[in-house]
Design a binder for this molecule. Structure first.
Ligand SMILES: C[S@@+](CC[C@H](N)C(=O)[O-])C[C@H]1O[C@@H](n2cnc3c(N)ncnc32)[C@H](O)[C@@H]1O
Length: 216
């Protein structure tokens, strides 16, 4: 099955995210507001609950959040006792915001400016038991310039940093589960779906967000 690329948007550009996190830093400094949790807090809680329910996943598992933004996903995992947490984002402003939130909450989370499309920077990170993405593959897919090539680079680089037994957990609002499975074919296999609320319209059932767990 083939599907069309998404229409390019400013959400696919680094300039957009830098400006957006610059505003969020200001809000955080002025009012203590940590900023946007993309796709609402429930989608984050569903993923965290899935992780917490799996017996084999231990608090010393190393976890990376791809395109971590303000880092709220890692903040929640740190509160649950996870110790090896790394957040990466290509926006230095996002990393500045995330690092100051973690510092103010006295939570030991590491943050780094990394472009997920850079093979060298990604390879240097090593491998992880859990690789998490919420909204970042979506943002990359919205890049106005050659999105297919960028998506493929992201998939390759993400595969490189996932340990052999590790889980790659992705939440998307732009791609359906079937589209994600098709795009990741040959690189990742679906392990399970994390159920999200569905709605019915015109006799068809759909979800606003999709969360899927993949393995190598
Ligand atoms: C929709 S936001 C999601 C942020 C966060 N994951 C969340 O759920 O709140 C997309 C994030 O991906 C980051 N991003 C987009 N392209 C990236 C790339 N090539 N490398 C690293 N980060 C990227 C953006 O800076 C932004 O923080």
């Amino acid at each position: 099955m083939d599907f069309p690329e998404l229409a390019g948007s400013e959400l696919g550009t680094k300039e957009y995210w830098e400006q957006s996190y610059e505003r969020e830093i200001q809000n955080y400094n002025d009012h203590g507001d940590v900023g946007e949790i993309w796709f609402d807090e429930d989608s984050q809680i569903r993923v965290i609950n899935w992780i917490l329910k799996r017996d084999e996943i231990q608090a010393d598992y190393n976890v990376i959040d791809l395109g971590c933004g303000n880092g709220m996903f890692l903040i929640e995992l740190a509160r649950e006792g996870f110790k090896n947490l790394l957040g990466v984002d290509y926006s230095p402003k996002a990393i500045e915001l995330a690092a100051s939130i973690a510092k103010d909450q006295e939570l030991p989370i590491e943050y780094k400016v990394v472009d997920l499309l850079s093979e060298k920077s990604m390879t240097e990170l090593g491998t992880f038991n859990i690789v998490h993405d919420k909204g970042t593959y979506d943002a990359i897919s919205l890049n106005p310039d050659n999105p297919k090539e960028k998506r493929e680079k992201y998939i390759e680089n993400t595969r490189r940093i996932l340990s052999d037994e590790g889980y790659f957990i992705i939440t998307s609002c732009n791609w359906t589960e079937e589209e994600l499975i098709t795009s990741f074919q040959g690189k990742f296999e679906k392990f399970c779906t994390i159920p999200t609320p569905t709605f019915r319209f015109g006799g068809k059932e759909g979800s606003v967000v999709t969360s899927v767990v993949f393995k190598k």
